[in-house]
Design a protein around this ligand. Structure first.
Ligand code: TZP
Ligand code: MG
Length: 243
């Protein structure tokens, strides 16, 4: 009997998981949490979200999350595709907050889920083995939600923040450091991180810092990203010299 080969989408490759993917999704992209930009549509409205990310890339962000809590899905996909076109040639992963469907539509490298979103295992099942899956954790009881589907943890808020109105209370450095020691995964600190305190997040055990307002709400996002990256790189180098 004649074997019928499945249709292969144009430009795709067969991965080890036996599925067809666009080549950039075939292997889990290595990710660097050092300077993690989380976008905010309102803070970037004047300059433009894509323009703000372009400036932040020039300043040295290493990973970008598209985060938008409301608005039409169609617009979110358009924005995500524009971001992906900017980021993918530079091998900077694009992570979509909450919306696994949007991550799929964009062909993003991964998704970030919180405690009220799809469980990480469901996100993994939908996005496949090569996706980068992040999980937000704000207190120790949530450690149970961590499973083998998660690639990195967003831990915070480390410092008080005005950006997320429903954020949990700030952990502070001492609690953050104790909590971080219990996490067997890369950790990015989030919440109230600025150029002035980024090094303290690394000293408390973070592998990188995630920022919204410190890049999205400043007049010069490129200079801000550059200064944040310099502070993080110096703190990471100092930490590894101590080890
Ligand atoms: N999750 C915990 S705090 C926070 C999110 C999305 C907001 C961080 O914003 P900022 O402006 O960097 O403090
Ligand atoms: Mg969420």
């Amino acid at each position: 009997m004649k074997r019928v080969e499945p249709a292969v989408p144009a430009g795709s490759t067969t991965c080890r998981d036996g599925r067809f993917h666009l080549p950039h999704l075939c292997m889990k992209q290595r990710f660097d949490l050092s300077l993690y930009l989380v976008t905010d549509p309102e803070m970037t409205a004047r300059r433009g979200l894509v323009e703000t990310v372009a400036a932040a890339i020039a300043g040295g962000v290493t990973i970008v999350q598209l985060r938008q809590k409301d608005g039409p899905a169609r617009r979110l996909v358009e924005t995500g595709r524009a971001l992906h076109a900017l980021l993918a040639p530079r091998r900077i992963p694009l992570i979509v907050n909450d919306r696994i469907d949007v991550a799929q539509a964009i062909g993003a490298e991964g998704a970030h889920v919180g405690q009220d979103d799809l469980p990480p295992a469901a996100a993994r099942a939908l996005l496949g083995p090569h996706a980068i899956i992040g999980l937000s954790i704000t207190d120790e009881r949530q450690l149970a939600t961590l499973d083998g589907s998660v690639d990195y943890v967003g831990l915070g808020p480390l410092f008080p923040t005005g950006t997320k109105t429903d954020a949990a209370p700030a952990l502070g450095e001492e609690k953050f450091a104790a909590f971080r020691r219990r996490l067997p995964l890369p950790v990015v600190a989030i919440g109230g991180i600025t150029i002035a305190n980024a090094a303290r997040a690394i000293a408390a055990g973070a592998d990188g810092v995630a920022v919204v307002s410190a890049i999205c709400a400043v007049p010069d996002p490129r200079a801000a990203a550059r200064a944040l990256r310099a502070a993080v790189d110096a703190a990471l180098a100092a930490r590894s010299a101590r080890r």
